[in-house]
Design a protein around this ligand. Structure first.
Ligand code: FE
Length: 295
């Protein structure tokens, strides 16, 4: 749709299951010019695999704040998603939970649901926790969160919100855009309506965010067109279209999210660069296993 919109002729690869392996197998003969994907872990994996190339442009630098792009310019964020707390409208009052650290408070014992601690979304959050609290603090946080779980980690983000609706737990971790997806699905609207979004901050400030982003492939057969396309994607105009479709937040300064997304409230994103968070992933995985988070 974007290539039709822009009239720029590029081949886009969506970095989903198996695509990175395919790009590696195709090597220099790959027809892909541009990679689009969600989550810093996938963007960082593509960079580490050597299938991307750095690109710099004044337009992109102006449209994408520093924390949402690779310091080495291999990937560029387009929209962001926050990892937030979904709280029962009936059983959790305003102001009862305001920080990620609050999740370890014994008052939540047996009341929290989450997906696996080894999923990328939770590893992103626990990596950020290491950046904020250091390794021992992050390990204590993981252990304290585990101690408050209503059940073993299981299911996806939406399954946790369904569990709140069903009365199995009172608060859950989840990404913001799932609220939009649930509201748009007649079978899930009642789950969405049973909760409200709380934007927690780290104790020292900022809400954990991740990105949907873009990168140019190392083998791009049409690099000039690919750069034009990437520049277009980073414009506020394109980010608005993108954010409207995926219920995310445009990263361009001064660009507002859609009305439905704006209705959930506002927050200040953690200013830590996502590449610094990505570098802590292996440590986060080790800590998650050390506390037997999913056990
Ligand atoms: Fe998701």
């Amino acid at each position: 749709a974007f290539t039709a919109h822009t009239g720029i002729d590029v081949n886009v690869a969506f970095l989903e299951n198996g695509m990175l392996e395919r790009l590696l197998a195709e090597g220099v003969r790959s027809p892909a010019d541009v990679i689009l994907t969600v989550d810093i872990s996938r963007l960082a994996a593509a960079v580490a695999a050597g299938v991307t190339r750095p690109v710099l442009s004044e337009t992109m630098l102006a449209n994408v704040p520093a924390q949402f792009r690779d310091p080495d310019a291999h990937w560029w964020g387009l929209t962001s998603r926050a990892r937030v707390i979904y709280a029962s409208r009936d059983r959790v009052g305003d102001g009862e939970v305001t920080t990620y650290e609050d999740l370890t408070n014994p008052k939540w014992a047996g009341r929290i649901c989450t997906r696996s601690g080894t999923h990328s979304y939770n590893l992103g959050l626990s990596s950020a926790m290491i950046a904020h609290l250091g390794e021992p603090g992050a390990k204590d946080w993981l252990a304290g969160l585990k101690a408050n779980l209503a059940r073993k980690p299981q299911g996806n983000d939406r399954a946790q919100i369904k569990a709140i609706w069903a009365g199995e737990c009172d608060i859950a971790l989840g990404n913001t855009y799932y609220m939009g997806e649930m509201l748009a699905d007649p079978e899930q609207t009642q789950w969405a309506n049973s909760v409200r979004i709380v934007f927690p901050e780290f104790g020292d400030g900022g809400t954990h965010v991740n990105v949907s982003g873009v990168a140019m492939t190392r083998a791009a057969p049409h690099p000039a067109e690919a750069l034009k396309f990437m520049e277009f994607l980073t414009t506020p105009e394109a980010q608005k279209i993108y954010a409207e479709a995926n219920y995310e937040y445009p990263v361009a300064p001064g660009t507002a999210p859609s009305d439905v997304v704006a209705s959930w409230g506002s927050f200040t994103p953690d200013p830590t660069n996502l590449m610094d968070i990505a570098k802590l992933r292996a440590t986060a995985l080790r800590l998650t296993e050390e506390v037997d988070f999913d056990g």
